[in-house]
Write a protein that binds this ligand. Structure first.
Ligand code: ATP
Ligand code: ZN
Length: 224
């Protein structure tokens, strides 16, 4: 269902939410976020925001349900690989990398365990929320392993006896350390990105996207 208004999906709450809102504000988009609404309207341009869980954003773009989205590359890549596996649409266009949401997806294991390279992970069970990115990495290394899918509390899996190692997002490493783990291998580096659906856009939407991108360029440069 196409609408006249440009639709942008952003995370409702979480690590990307505040910075997305701030970026849009600096780009001149006036929005009142009060209330618990899924859709909020810009007051000064034909633009609506969809406030959703970050996990839903890649699919909304790949299914062409929204025009633009802001998402961490880790989540985007995981969904892309999953959709390729399932034979579902997995296309999108990268408009620009943003200057927030930086983190890395790393394999970590017990701090007292020796580690000399990916071959040491052979036949280990690795707990993760990112099974597809992990598999792509391990396949490339030619190392076989088994997985344990967890959507939360991944870092406690080794201590709880659920897995030998984990593959999880790291920014400072404090969470790993607090759980007696050490970072063994960085397998994916991520930042937030602005993406666009495939397909055609009205002249009005194209012009608005251009305008937003130009302003974004200015906002991001001014911070550097
Ligand atoms: P939601 O409720 O929307 O599903 P979530 O719990 O999946 O939220 P957040 O923890 O808010 O997600 O993280 C969103 C994104 O922020 C991550 O996918 C990642 O791209 C980025 N990020 C940056 N630093 C970190 C970090 N230290 N740990 C986890 N994610 C981080
Ligand atoms: Zn999420």
């Amino acid at each position: 269902m196409q609408t006249q208004r440009l639709r942008i999906a952003i995370q409702k709450k979480g690590r990307l939410a505040k910075e997305c809102q701030e970026l849009l504000k600096r780009c001149g988009v006036k929005i009142n976020y009060t209330g618990e609404r899924l859709v909020v309207h810009a007051e000064n341009m034909p633009l609506d925001l969809l406030l959703v869980r970050d996990d839903d954003i890649p699919g909304l773009i790949m299914d062409g349900v929204v025009d633009l989205g802001v998402i961490g590359e880790n989540e985007l890549e995981e969904v892309r690989l999953e959709r390729i596996k399932l034979g579902e649409p997995s296309q999108y266009q990268l408009l620009r990398r943003l200057d927030f949401g930086g983190c890395r997806l790393s394999i970590a294991l017990d701090k007292d365990q020796s580690y000399n390279g990916p071959q040491d992970l052979a036949n280990q069970r690795i707990a993760t929320t990112y099974p597809n990115i992990l598999k792509a990495y391990m396949d490339k290394q030619g190392v076989s392993f088994s997985t344990c899918m967890l959507n939360g509390s991944v870092e406690v899996a080794p201590r709880a006896g659920l897995a030998d190692a984990i593959c999880d997002l790291v920014s400072t490493g404090a969470t790993l350390e607090a759980n007696g783990l050490k970072e063994a291998e960085v397998i994916f580096r991520s930042k937030a990105v602005l993406i666009q659906r495939e397909g055609s856009f009205s002249e009005e939407k194209t012009a608005l996207i251009e305008r937003l991108l130009t302003r974004m360029q200015g906002v991001i440069q001014a911070k550097e």
